[in-house]
Design a protein around this ligand. Structure first.
Ligand SMILES: C[S@@+](CC[C@H](N)C(=O)[O-])C[C@H]1O[C@@H](n2cnc3c(N)ncnc32)[C@H](O)[C@@H]1O
Length: 342
């Protein structure tokens, strides 16, 4: 066959088989670009999740807008009470006192910062990557009359410089850090924390041992829900804090509490589907309905856990800051009586 004829045939085959560009990803999907866990890429990934809109999150979160696992002490029925109990538990573990300076890394809509200021007189810096969250957090601090004690900034934890704090909380944020950055993250906390200060790191972990100590989310989570999110093993988390010079004071698993929290979020979202669809769109709402159920399932089936890791920065190099007696009894739990089918 002659060359021109072959070329004509090849062109016809291409036209028939349809060499098309791949369709664009749908708006609910993010394919972050650039090197993993740079500040720019992390900011894009984080905003993809949190900037759906404040109104959307308000449809299923409690009135404090806390977006992390609540604490279901015996007899607790309302999500609002369970979230306040969790905020109070964190403040107690950090032994907050009036005048103490606290940093809240990943402050969300400001619930912990406001609670720590109002109930414990702490002076709090909350940092988040979401402008939408920061705006509402500031407004809420004003409404709660603690605007003079609460400073909210849109800032990456890596950009903290001269500031020093007596206590640090990081609640539901470490999932965005990644194994490659976890040592740097813990070292940054050690740098900004005064000697003798405490840090409470509360985050979701992978239970089965992972290669390299971290589980990078599956396709669904990675593309639609938490792009670049990573769940570390608890051991990898503890190692990072030890490498940064911390001494672990306590580890508490709240996995059943997270399953129960997710059940409440799901049921609130299901009660508001029309409004949720208006705010998030059909496709994104489908993603969220699935994600909330899948997340609950992962806590119920022991694939994920959520730990509060309390550490102290020793007063002097090599000296122990561990209390001799246990000071924080774990809260008593109500094990959910029955599981709501997915
Ligand atoms: C699941 S939300 C938790 C919010 C809040 N702590 C709570 O319990 O309601 C995670 C938060 O981490 C923040 N975040 C994620 N990566 C961050 C980073 N690199 N620097 C600062 N904040 C970050 C997000 O903006 C968001 O506010």
């Amino acid at each position: 066959m002659s060359l021109p004829r072959r070329l004509r045939l090849a062109a016809a085959a291409l036209r028939a088989a349809g060499l098309h560009r791949l369709p664009k990803p749908p708006p609910a999907e993010l394919r972050p670009k650039g090197r993993l866990h740079t500040k720019r890429r992390d900011a894009a990934a984080v905003r993809h999740h949190y900037d759906v809109s404040n109104e959307f999150f308000a449809l299923f979160l409690d009135d404090t807008m806390t977006y992390s696992c609540a604490l279901w002490e015996e007899g607790t029925e309302a999500l609002e009470d369970a979230q306040r109990a969790k905020l109070e538990l964190i403040c107690r573990k950090l032994e907050l006192e009036p005048g103490m300076r606290m940093l809240d890394i990943g402050c969300g809509w400001g619930s912990l910062a406001i609670h720590a200021a109002r109930e414990h007189g702490a002076s709090v810096w909350g940092i988040t990557l979401s402008e939408h969250q920061a705006e509402l957090a500031r407004e809420r601090a004003r409404d709660a009359d603690v605007a003079d004690l609460v400073e909210i900034r849109v800032m990456d934890y890596r950009d903290l410089r001269e500031e020093r704090f007596d206590a640090v909380a990081s609640i539901g944020m470490v999932e965005h850090v990644g194994e490659a950055r976890i040592d740097e993250y813990a070292a940054q906390i050690a740098r900004v924390l005064e000697p003798g200060g405490r840090v409470l790191n509360h985050g979701i972990t992978a239970i089965p041992p992972q290669k390299g100590g971290a589980h990078i989310g599956g396709d669904f989570s990675n593309r639609y829900v938490f792009p670049d999110g990573e769940l570390l093993n608890l051991s990898r988390m503890v190692l990072a804090f030890e490498r940064a010079g911390f001494e672990a004071l306590g580890v508490e698993n709240l996995h059943t509490d997270y399953a129960e929290t997710l059940r409440h979020w799901t049921s609130r979202l299901e009660d508001n589907l029309d409004e949720a669809e208006r705010l998030a769109g059909t496709e994104r709402l489908r993603v969220w309905r699935l994600y909330l159920r899948a997340a609950r399932n992962s806590f119920e089936t022991a694939r994920n856990a959520v730990y509060q890791l309390l550490c102290s920065r020793p007063l002097t190099e090599g000296a122990s800051a561990v209390p001799t007696a246990r000071r924080h009894e774990p809260a008593r739990r109500r094990v959910p009586p029955e599981r709501v089918p997915a």
